[in-house]
Structures are given as structure tokens and as C-alpha cells.
Design a protein around this ligand. Sequence first.
Ligand code: ADP
Ligand code: MG
Length: 703
Amino acid sequence: MNNVVTIEEMFGQNVFSLGKMRERLPKNVYKEVKKVMTLGGELSMATANVVAKEMKDWAVENGATHYTHWFQPLTGITAEKHDAFVTHPDEDGKMITEFSGKELIKGEPDASSFPSGGLRATFEARGYTAWDITSPAFLKESACGLTLCIPTAFCSYTGEALDKKTPLLRSMEALSEQAMRIVRLFGDTEAQKVVPSVGAEQEYFLVDKDLYMQREDLMFAGRTLFGAPAPKGQEMEDHYFGVIKERVGAYMKDLNTELWKLGVTAKTQHNEAAPAQHELAPIYETANIAGDHNQLVMEAMKRVAYKHDLRCLLHEKPYAGVNGSGKHDNWSLTTDTGVNLLDPGDTPNKNIRFLFVLACVMKAVDNHADLLRQSAADVGNDHRLGADEAPPAIISIFLGEQLEDVVKQLIETGDAKKLKESGKLETGVSTLPDFEKDATDRNRTSPFAFTGNKFEFRMVGAADSIASANTTLNAIVAEAFCEAADRLENADNFDMEVHDIIKEYMTKHQRIIFNGNGYSEEWVAEAAKRGLPNIKSMIEAAETLTTDKAVALFEKFGIFTKVELESREEIIYETYAKTINIEALTMIDMAGKKIIPAVVKYTKCLADTVVAVKGAGVDASVQIELLKEASEKLARMQSALKQLETCEKEAGRITNAKEQAFFYKDTVMPAMEALRTPADELEMIVDKAMWPIPTYGELMFEV
Ligand code: ADP
Ligand code: MG
């Protein structure tokens, strides 16, 4: 038993944590690092040199050969360029590794090949990565060996953010500044900052490698572009929380080990609603680190899958007709002294500061529902939102019965005297414990649900970075706090003003509260009546970034400049067009080279049979009927293929990015659908032995 490695020993093994810094750095250096980490500011070069040396020594002692500035360009995933710690050998040919403070703090990757939305022409290639001291460096284990990864922000030569991290960090500072005003106004003299805490639950699918390799759509697009439904889907509800299969269990075990070593608090794992769908949830942490860690989770999920001859699909809708994958972004606000501003306590109706913060969140979400929806937009999520297992594209807030009642009383009378009690849960079995129920039931159909002491933003897509969602949340709440603080700081009577603000905000923004079934048709109609935006697609949401309202918000708090917002809008159109283009080309390839030839063979086989059967003097009407049906669908498929090819070419000729994106959505996507329909119908009638690609049943049940 003595070679057991405990979870405690494993945890954070590959992280250059504060603890390791305390052990290795001189006291004054450690103190300076910790101060900059928590309160901001810049490290002196002398200090950076010492940190760099210790970081490098630690990495090399652990077997690292390379380092990289690890960053998050606007591709939505991470980027790294490895440099070995090697230096010029001396006369004797001996080489001593070196790593300077300058190398730690600043990197200069060529920025020209990352999306910039016109911010930077290819000839102005300079981009910089800057060390993000607030997120710990770590060692990544891969076939490359061990690489020291230094989390960094990525900016252009002229200082514009080219990544997801920079705006997130800016938004965290803005939010802290405004929230601190509120905290102080409510009498807290100790807290120094307010931090958004985030816990991102990650859903994913696993698929067998050999089956995956037979599907170009999975390989190139990450989702199936053809495929008839399997006889069994998720209707039995037997997969959710079901017993984890051995092969999946082995995968999860390796995945957890990798993540724990990287300091990711992988906590919960379970089977999700669809067959072969699973979830992993870590414990929440500071938004920035949660964002970095979620990237590591996604990366590790894919990497570990290879070791198990599996592939991990993070696409929001890999299979039509079954549950898609999302990422629940749990968000709350905590002071550095550990007070959660969203904790209602036992008597939320009496907790004025909580009600005040709640009123501000209601106002923020209602005023900027469009931006929040945009922050969760990506190409794959267009297939998931509103597709009856995910929240619709309409933003609303779920508060639960108890809080909704408190809000109602506040709106009606300005005072919430009563509190609906949750009561005891009685099981009716004497040997089982009776316990206090939670104040609210769950509502899994809400895109933005209050769940006890945090909001759960459920719209985010599984493959997407959580940075945009949290940047937007931080920004809109900072604005609401700022406006409220302006009033409070100038009020003659603080208590009265607080009371008025709560009543006013809740009254004005009550339309954003919805506790009913968000998946229902009635809600879509009701939301329209309330004037809530229902933005169906990613590219329709893109322009919300550059409205006067959005520019004013983001510029006021120094989170994005107008130019940065415009570039991001542009990138959305480009990304969308490129993605759908790949999907369309993949369909053309699969239809033309695999499916149509297979059906042609099948019809020949049927035709031969007809002749043979007739020759034998037997009735061949069944074979003839089948042949007719297959031939008719084949003809439809061939004509849809030609149509898609034509649309594709036309799309390629459009030069304006926005126009092109809309052409892909409005013309190319329907042409893709028209090609898929007869193909899926054919799959249902063609001899299984002749069908050229693995079926939904195989993909989802053979893991
Ligand atoms: P639920 O079952 O309601 O989804 P969990 O307790 O399982 O809630 O938490 C889901 C995620 O929310 C986890 O990542 C968890 O760490 C995170 N979480 C819990 N409390 C908070 C909080 N105060 N702020 C942010 N995230 C939180
Ligand atoms: Mg949850």
C-alpha cells in the first residue's frame, strides 16, 4: 500500500503556486509578488529576475525542457510557442539554462496569423504577450515533455487587446472598483477588493476513435452533418447519472489526475442526459483563473481521450435530436475578506445589502440582455439554444418562489415583511431523516438562474471560452453599481435612498424575472410581449457589441475601446463564415464521395436482384418498390448536392464579411439541410452493410 499517491500529494504538483513561491523566494521578493498579485501594480525588473530564475529552476528540477507564454487569442482556444531553456554553451561545451525576468514578463509572438478583425494588417505583425501574475504558471505534460506554461495576456503593438484574457482582467478591475464603493457605503471598512468567483460546469461527449475516424464531419466540423436518429436516444432517461461505463471511468480517472496535478479542482463527474455525454465540474475560483482552468479542462479532455482510443467532442450539438453540450457559468461576487455579496442569508427579505445587489443585477441584465446573449454566442451554440434541452436565446432571470415573492412585496409596498418558508422535507419513512428544504426548487430551463448564493448562466456553449460571458457580466454589473453608488454618495438620507433604489430598479426591471418553463412556446410569446430581445443566431447578436449603448458601457469602464469592439464584431462574421464553409465543404465531400456512391451501388444491387427474381419467375414488386424509393431519394440528394455546390461558390465571391456571414446562414445552411434530409432518409432504407459511415447508434452506444 505504500506506493499510493494520495489526492493531496497529487494536487497542484505541476503548479508554481504561492506556496512554492513562499518556499523558494526571498521574503521581500515573495511579499512584493503577493502584493502585486492581490492589489495590482507592477513588479520591479529586479524582482522579476529573481522570480524568473526560481520559476525556471523549479520547472527544470521537475524535468521541464521548454517554456511558453500561454495565451488565449480570439480563436477561443489557447496558443503556445515553445522555447527551450537552452543557451549558448561555454568553451567546454557546457550549457547552463537561463530564464530572465524580461522573458517571463514579455513575449513577442508573431501576431499576424491570429484573428484580429482588421486591428492589425499582416504587415504590422507585432504582438506582445504580457505575464498575468494573477494566474499561476504550471507545467504541462504532453508528448513534448514538460513545458512551463506562463499565463499571459495578448495585445497588439498599439495596445489593443487581441485576446480573451485582457478584457476579462480589465472588467474584473472595473467591477471591483465599483463594487467596493457599494461595500464601503454599506459600512464595510475592511475589504480591499471584490472578486467575481466562477465555477464552470463542462459538458462533453466521448466517441470511439475508430468510428470517429470514419466520419469526416466529426473530424473537420466536430459535429455530425449527416445521420438518422438511432432507435434509442435519451428518452428512457437512463443515462443521466447512470452507472459510468468502465472505459469512460478509466478516462475520467486519468482526466482527474491530470487536472489535479495542474491545480484544477475537478470535483464532480457524472453521465449527462444524452448517451455518451458526460460532465465535469470544478470548484469555483477567481474568474480569471477559472477561465484559464476551463481552457485546461477542455484541452485535457481532448488529450486524455487520445490515450483511451476515444475522441472528446466539445461541440454544442454533435448529434441532432439529442441533448447538446453547454457550460454552466456559475458567478458570484466575493470580497477579499470572504463575504459573498450574493448570499441572501436566512432572511433575504431583511438583508438590505443583498436586495440592493440583487436589484442592481436585475437592472444590469435587463438593460444589457442583448450583450449577455451575445457573450454566449458561438457557431455551435446556434444549434443548441432554444432546441428544447437548452435555454432559449431569450435572457431572463429565475429567482425562485421565495425571492420572487420578496421582490413582489418590495415592488408593491416598498417593504418585504413576510418570507415564504421552505419548510421541512418529510419522506414519510421513519428511519429517514427529515430535513430543511432549500428555499427554492431548481429551474433548469432558465438561462440565468439564482441558485442559492450565485447566478448560474447556462447559455454558454460547451466549446466556448467563458471569458466573454464573465467579461460581460462583470461589465454590466459594474455599470449598475456605479450608477447606484453615484446616487448613494450624494444622498442626504442613505437608508431612504437605498430603499428607493431597490424599489425603483425592481419595479422598472421586473420584466426580466421569469420563473416558468423557459422551453415553452408560451414563453417565447410572453417574452416578446414584455419586449425582451430574442436574438436567434450568433451573427444577429454580433452587432449588439457596437451599439452606442454597448460602446458607452465598455469605454466608460475601460474594458473595450470602440475599435476593439468593432474588430470583435468583424471576427464573429469571419469565424461564422469560415465554420459554415468548412461544414458545407465537408458535406459536399461526404455526399459526393461516400454516400451517393454507396447508394448507387445499392440501387444496382437492387436492379440486379429485380432482374434475377423476375428471371426466376417470381414477383419482384417489393424489390422494385425499394429501388424506386431509393432512386427517388438519390435523385433528390444529387440535385441538393449540386445546389449546395452552387451556393458555396457564390458565398466565396462575397467580400463583405457581414454580408457573407448572413449568406452562409440564410442560403448555405438551408442548402445543407436540403442535402441532409434525403441522405438521412436513405440511411433508413439502404442495406446496413453498404452504408459508408458509422450510424448514430454506433457513435453513441459503442463507447
Ligand atoms: P448546482 O448543483 O446547483 O449546479 P453546485 O454546488 O454543484 O451547484 O455547483 C456548481 C458549480 O458552481 C461548481 O463549479 C461550484 O463550485 C460553483 N459554485 C458554488 N458556489 C459558488 C459561488 N458562490 N460562486 C461561484 N460559483 C459557485
Ligand atoms: Mg449547476
